[in-house]
Design a protein around this ligand. Structure first.
Ligand code: HEM
Ligand SMILES: *[C@@H]1O[C@H](CO)[C@@H](O)[C@H](O)[C@H]1NC(C)=O
Length: 323
């Protein structure tokens, strides 16, 4: 009897392990992970991020996008931070080239952490903490970060090109891209609320603001952007805020803009264009606390995305290259 229940327990554990692998989540992450290994970790990262945001309000947005582009490509393993090595890295992938930035903010935080706790803390955990701090420094919610991630030894440009949704995506494609990561449509809409800060380049919204028909866009808003982003081309790098209401504050201004058809990217407006997310967008637009609460939970879920079992991992000393 004792022996057979032990066998059952082993089977249960094996099943549990199999299920958590399928979901791509790391059961091992913990808010306590560095309590003994590096007690000064969180204040150290926070001061580095605070310095960067004080010098450039856009640094917070840069760090937030880095975290998304890390976690969606082979899990949150800091692969996005690797410079090109023998294989092409993720920095040069379509969604990242000439666009993703903020690498030096993570370098500075990691150097400060290395000085305090050499070899102890992964780049992936530094990025997860920095993303949380960026949100709270810009006026958004805070949450307890779960830690214990390790860093990849290689990156995949192909995986970055395949896994990151593009700005021309319709709602079904957006829902599918998040579902492929075990995240719900609600998580997707809440996480998109990060577009309450940051900028996009004309190249990404030219089609939308110059469309003659078939694009759900506020006519006054579109007219205001055509000067800087003309249909004729050029000005690819001209920037516009993703949230025209409060461009640098982490609040629910993005959702208020969507309700007025003032989403900057086609993919933004897809969240409020007669589909399944309309009611949730209206809710977030009128209730900032509801957005903050769902957002914090969704960031924890996105932060749980783990590299595939068997991926070689380590704690990198320099976030730009394997040890
Ligand atoms: C839902 C699908 C999403 C799509 C299609 C998308 C697409 C884009 C695009 C095209 C840009 C402009 C890049 C440029 O012009 O250089 C952008 C900017 C940005 N995205 Fe997203 N994004 C999505 C979700 C997210 C999520 C989930 C996050 C974070 C959790 C995020 C964070 C950011 C930030 C912070 C910026 C501004 C970056 C800056 O100012 O440097 N995005 N996004
Ligand atoms: C267009 O945007 C303006 C604010 O710039 C807003 O007052 C108006 O209601 C919007 N129009 C529509 C159709 O939502």
């Amino acid at each position: 009897m004792v022996a057979s229940s032990r066998v059952l327990l082993v089977l249960d554990l094996a099943l549990l392990a199999a299920v958590s692998c399928l979901a791509g989540t790391a059961a091992a992450l913990s808010t306590e992970y560095y309590n003994k290994r590096c007690p000064s970790l969180q204040p150290t990262v926070r001061s580095a991020v605070a310095r960067a945001v004080a010098a450039d309000p856009n640094a917070g947005a840069a760090v937030l996008r880095l975290f998304f582009h890390d976690c969606f490509v082979n899990g949150c393993d800091a692969s996005v931070l690797l410079d090109d090595g023998t294989a092409p890295g993720e920095k040069g992938a379509g969604p990242n080239a000439n666009s993703l930035r903020g690498y030096e903010v993570i370098d500075a935080a990691k150097s400060a952490v290395e000085a305090a706790c050499p070899g102890a803390v992964s780049c992936a955990d530094v990025l997860a903490i920095a993303a949380r701090d960026a949100v709270s420094l810009l006026g958004g919610p805070s949450w307890n970060v779960r830690m214990g991630r390790r860093d990849a030894r290689s990156a995949s440009r192909d995986a970055a090109n395949a896994n990151l949704p593009g700005p021309g995506s319709g709602l079904p494609a957006l829902v599918a891209a998040f579902k492929a990561k075990g995240l719900s449509a609600r998580d997707m809409t809440a996480l998109s609320g990060v577009h309450t800060v940051g900028r996009a380049r004309c190249a990404e919204f030219r089609g939308r603001v110059n469309a003659n028909a078939g694009e759900a866009i506020n006519a006054t808003f579109a007219a205001g952007l055509r000067g800087a982003c003309p249909a004729a081309g050029g000005a690819d790098g001209a920037l516009a805020p993703l949230d025209p209401v409060t461009p640098d504050a982490f609040d629910n201004g993005y959702f208020r803009a969507l309700v007025e058809r003032r989403g900057l990217l086609h993919s933004d407006q897809e969240l409020f264009n007669g589909g399944s997310q309309d009611a949730l967008v209206r809710k977030y637009a009128s209730n900032g606390a509801a957005f903050f609460s769902d957002f914090a939970k969704a960031m924890v879920r996105m932060g749980n995305l783990a590299p595939a079992p068997g991926t070689p991992l380590e704690v990198r000393i320099n976030c730009r290259r394997p040890n």
